[in-house]
Design a protein around this ligand. Sequence first.
Ligand SMILES: C[S@@+](CC[C@H](N)C(=O)[O-])C[C@H]1O[C@@H](n2cnc3c(N)ncnc32)[C@H](O)[C@@H]1O
Length: 267
Amino acid sequence: MHTSLVARICHARRCSTESRSDSALLPDDDAEKGLELNEQTLSVRLERVAAHVPAEARLADIGSDHAYLPVALIRRGAIEAAVAGEVALTPFHAAERSVRESDLGQRISVRLADGLAAIEAGDAITAISICGMGGERIRDILESGKARLSGQERLILQPNGGEQPLRQWLMDNGYRILCEEVLWENHFAYEIIVAERSGPMMYSAEELYFGPLQMQARNPAFLAKWQRLLRLKQQTLADFAQAKQAVPEEKVQKVARQTQWIIELLA
Ligand SMILES: C[S@@+](CC[C@H](N)C(=O)[O-])C[C@H]1O[C@@H](n2cnc3c(N)ncnc32)[C@H](O)[C@@H]1O
């Protein structure tokens, strides 16, 4: 049995539903394996991702692993069609097996491809999910696959850390964050970021760090994440002060600035 605490903040009109220190908040890839999850029983995390996929979407799930998300959504009649993209052979075969065993080969195309290269022009994709990997990797997938984005798709992103560089990419590329969510599952904090291209956007450094909507709403799951991170940042600063070899001043300043932002956020 697993517990979760969810804080969801959506842009009401447009959203249909809704260094050492950071790594302690992150799951390893095995974190969900004991839960007997499959295409019928999604993790709380993937259930929340599913809730942001628009009805009748044509979904590209990039880094799909077992293709649990697209298979569950098609079985529920929630989406029209899907592409499950995988770069690695073992999860690609697992995705093929899930789709075959669910008899959904007509609705879900499983493709061995790097990032957005899984998307073909004729797919007419309307939503892209990229979940369960670092924010920097998600950013790199979006950046290198830019040519495959029509600009009409909803992005549903679930980074495991690295949210700040991912939000920076969204801002730099004219995406508006429509919805943000922090959820806890098995003692790990997960974020979901939903965005659509809207034209030029400007977020402050703090908004990119914390999430512009989360910062305003200050829900319990979000505050709990930053309370934990504050303790870790403070420990990191104490470790820097005790370090035998001097830590580069720039690195110390960066952690000190982030710590101060968190203190102000929680004040
Ligand atoms: C931890 S799993 C997450 C699976 C699923 N999306 C989820 O959230 O439960 C990350 C998957 O992303 C795949 N992956 C990583 N980089 C990728 C890329 N550039 N293109 C496609 N798949 C990628 C990995 O092979 C792995 O199967």
